[in-house]
Design a binder for this molecule. Structure first.
Ligand code: SAM
Length: 360
């Protein structure tokens, strides 16, 4: 996002302008727009020429949340989707791109100046598949909009819009909703409304911003060749297999000891039969059960010592390339997702959960 410089009253960025580039809460950069120059940082490569003509305040990087929401909502080429409110129009642009020319985005904004600004911007950016309406969706619903497959609500009281949104859902497919809320009180109201309206698979996720630091090992060999990485993976896989074999052996020993414990002196014959009845896959393929007489037999050999596998100092030759910084950098929101099933599926589920009422 770019902030307006205090020295100008123009709305679009020009060469020579001082622009504050907001990458994240703790990453702000001031640049003087110079044709031909490039701003390069860990988020990407931004040519100043691309910024010229953009409006101050434009969001050009908001994609991690948007792409995740788009994926979870199952938005596809040719799809129909509702969005409220429009706000900066950043989500609208992404939705418009995702559904393509054969799809339709219905966007709603009740704040008049914001609506006017978005309308102008969508027109100048050629977002022909977006229909923007000036409307309070909590009070007045979504009008004549019908047959949408996904609804994205980014407004303060989504629970007031949910009952209206229900009426717009396409009845013959599983439809999806996502509500974006900054605080948990809103989430609780949203979740209980979704439940009351018959939504399924309701789940909430907290979206956290974590900075991952790139850790470059001192030993550059770790990174240099594909074959060295393949070798390491092979070693790792082999250790996993070995470990599994040992765990199986321990399980077998346990089973054997259990059998021995079950064999009270008066029921010795029965216990022997039980031991012999053990399925083959519980028998040690090489040595059978015979070689491990005595309580602590499996501890006799180092490779059989389970603690050698649990020991935290065990080395796995792994290469750590990134690690999250230990403190939480930010919280953007809670995302609540839910699905709405076609009536036939809802009836079938209900019948399964409550067979008596289905018969009646
Ligand atoms: N997702 C947007 C984006 O990508 O920029 C941001 C949306 S912003 C957080 C919330 C917007 O919803 C505001 O512009 C606000 O005016 C609008 N809004 C709030 N309640 C509304 C309602 N009941 N009907 C329509 N729009 C509403």
């Amino acid at each position: 996002s770019m902030s307006r410089s205090m020295f100008h009253s123009r709305s679009a960025i020009e060469a020579g302008d001082l622009v504050i580039v907001y990458m994240s809460r703790d990453n702000l950069t001031a640049i003087t727009i110079t044709p031909g120059e490039v701003l390069h940082n860990k988020y990407g490569r931004y040519t100043h020429d691309d910024l010229i003509g953009q409006k101050f305040g434009t969001k050009i990087l908001y994609l991690p949340d948007i792409s995740y929401i788009t994926m979870r909502l199952g938005i596809r080429v040719g799809g129909k989707v509702i969005e409220a409110g429009t706000g900066s129009g950043s989500m609208t642009h992404s939705l418009s791109r995702t559904i393509g020319p054969t799809g339709q985005v219905y966007s709603f904004e009740y704040h008049e100046p914001r609506y006017e600004k978005a309308l102008e911007e969508f027109k100048s950016h050629g977002l022909e598949n977006v229909r923007l309406q000036h409307r309070n969706v909590c009070k007045d619903g979504f009008g004549d909009v019908a047959d949408v497959e996904a609804v994205f609500l980014d407004l303060p009281a989504p629970w007031e819009a949910i009952p209206h949104a229900m009426k717009t859902l396409r009845p013959d497919v599983i439809t999806k909703i996502c509500c974006f809320s900054p605080c948990l009180e809103q989430v609780l109201k949203t979740v209980s409304t979704l439940r009351a309206e018959g939504f399924a698979e309701i789940s909430t996720q907290e979206v956290l911003i974590r900075t991952h630091e790139l850790v470059v090992p001192n030993d550059q060999d770790h990174l240099n060749s594909v074959s060295s990485i393949v070798e390491k993976l092979k070693t790792h896989e082999k250790r996993k297999t070995d470990r599994r074999a040992i765990q199986m052996k321990i399980a077998r020993n346990k089973a054997r000891r259990q059998n021995e414990a079950d064999a009270s002196p008066t029921a010795e014959a029965g216990s022997k039969r039980k031991l012999e009845d053990k399925p083959d896959d519980l028998m040690d393929p090489v040595n059978g059960l015979a070689h491990e007489e005595g309580e602590n037999a499996e501890e006799g050999s180092a490779t059989q010592d389970p603690s050698s596998w649990i020991d935290p100092t065990t080395q796995y030759d792994s290469v750590v390339l990134t690690k999250p910084t230990p403190d939480m950098k930010g919280h953007t929101s809670y995302l609540t997702f839910a699905s709405f099933y076609p009536a036939a599926i809802r009836d079938a589920i209900m019948a399964q959960e409550n067979p008596k009422s289905a018969i009646a």
